[in-house]
Design a protein around this ligand. Sequence first.
Ligand SMILES: CC(=O)N[C@@H](CCC[C@H](N)C(=O)O)C(=O)O
Length: 374
Amino acid sequence: MTINPFVALRRDLHRIPELGYQEFKTQTYLLDYLESLPSERMEIKKWKTGFFVKIQGKNPSRLIGYRTDIDGLPIEEQTGLPFSSEHQGKMHACGHDFHMSIALGVLSHFVRNPINDDLLFIFQPAEEGPGGAQPMLESPEMKEWMPDMIFALHIAPEYAPGTIAVKEGILFANTSELFIDLTGKGGHAAYPHHTKDMVVAASHLVTQLQTIVSRNVNPLDSAVVTIGKITGGTVQNIIAEQARLEGTIRTFSDEAMASVKERIEALVKGIEAGFECTASIDYGSMYHQVYNHEGITAEFMAFLKGRQDVNLIECKEAMTGEDFGYMLKEIPGFMFWLGAGSEYGLHHAKLTPDEAVIPFAIDVVTGYIEHLEI
Ligand SMILES: CC(=O)N[C@@H](CCC[C@H](N)C(=O)O)C(=O)O
């Protein structure tokens, strides 16, 4: 059976997931593919481990932008797929392999069938962290090629293939990473009274952090404080001198983000006093909310309603984060969810989206770009 060429590309990319700003093989693979396309209308500018591709239109009056992210996650894949990750401890568990192959499919259509307007394809590194959208936006390359409108998609395992979910206004939350380091006095496991145990302090702090959402945030508002990783100590019979919590904060407003951080700082001060230790907080990288331009999103939804093959859902906002929010802050446009039907969700080691959505999405995105000229 012949396999769709962009599904084949997805499988190749799925084998070589790389973390933010380490996407060297991915960049080479994508650029090699572009080499195979007619080059007359195509201009490429590399940017760190990503790049921009401009496709010259026939009679341009504006520049239409389309962005894909290209990085993977630090997860050991457990799908059992024959084209599983060849990079130990790394996986395309957020669908960026799908995003890239869809972008290549759309790009390769327009390089052969240009529209009047110019198109800009943005292959952005480090979406999962520490963030590539904002520095790309500020780069001289993008300042020269600033789109008049921009859009992007994200796969959604919880929706069936054929579904597109979108809404006007806020779609994804504001995010802030969270790293807390605790330092006390280690020692012999049998002499706890001579030590300040950071495993115990960290355990109390994790529990106290849960009270921010349940007891400080207005029940009619929304926020998330997740601790995804705890490390501490060295061996089972030594009391830990160090512990580290790693997590993320999500809110729908800057005010809520500031008040969650205030509470975190107060609780950490309490841990320092209560457990006689020192603590430091680092907020890592922060992403601006994804806010879909009302008018442009409404027009996209109207376009989708005209397609028999699309099940359009007007969805609710989600606590997911996306640094594409920075691009949408400066450029009118939108992001949408592409139903991809996987039993396991984003960031899961068994995520297996349905590959049939690749040609489907290429067709929808291509059709929408063509429709923009009508
Ligand atoms: C779509 C998606 O899953 N995005 C990530 C973005 C991560 C932002 C940052 N590294 C953080 O953890 O706060 C997400 O986790 O929502």
